[in-house]
Design a binder for this molecule. Sequence first.
Ligand code: SB7
Ligand code: NI
Length: 188
Amino acid sequence: MILMSDIIREGHPTLRQRAEQVEFPLTEENRKLAEELMEYVVNSQDEEMIEKYDLRPGVGIAAPQVNEPKRIFAIHFDEESGEDLSIIAINPKIVSHSVEKAYLASGEGCLSVDRSIPGYVPRYARITIKAFDLEGNEYKLRLKGLPAIAFQHELDHLNGVMFYDHINSDNPFAEIENAVAITRDIAE
Ligand code: SB7
Ligand code: NI
């Protein structure tokens, strides 16, 4: 299972690489990787597992964060979060997006960043995505709100982009044109 000690931190070159496309059928290794990414995000939202394994909560994790530069990530929102998304995304892409932007009022964090970096991270408010599941079946989803933000955060990891790359360095809290603020108590 994936532990915090397996997660690489900012400064590691893998986080700045473009990750490789994944071939189907999946190798045993890639299947295990995808399943372990999902296992991490599920466990990291479970109080007992957090205690037991000293996990940091996260709604998503991308393969490059465990030093595997492959186009795979997992996103999971617990039922009580009020969101409804739990996906393994392989070779994911955004096929269309709104003009309107959105940002988390509390900013973003990252399992690969051990400091808090204040500021608004502009994202698309609504996206239509395509990705492949473990069996190699392509699926299409429309996302908005926090799931849309999480998807964009993870997709960035596959392209070597960190959330703070998007923050206005002159004024981290500068108003973002045509954007809605998303307020939420947990922003992990
Ligand atoms: C804030 C945090 C995340 C997504 C969107 C907003 C995920 C944080 C965990 N990760 O570092 C995943 O890459
Ligand atoms: Ni991250």
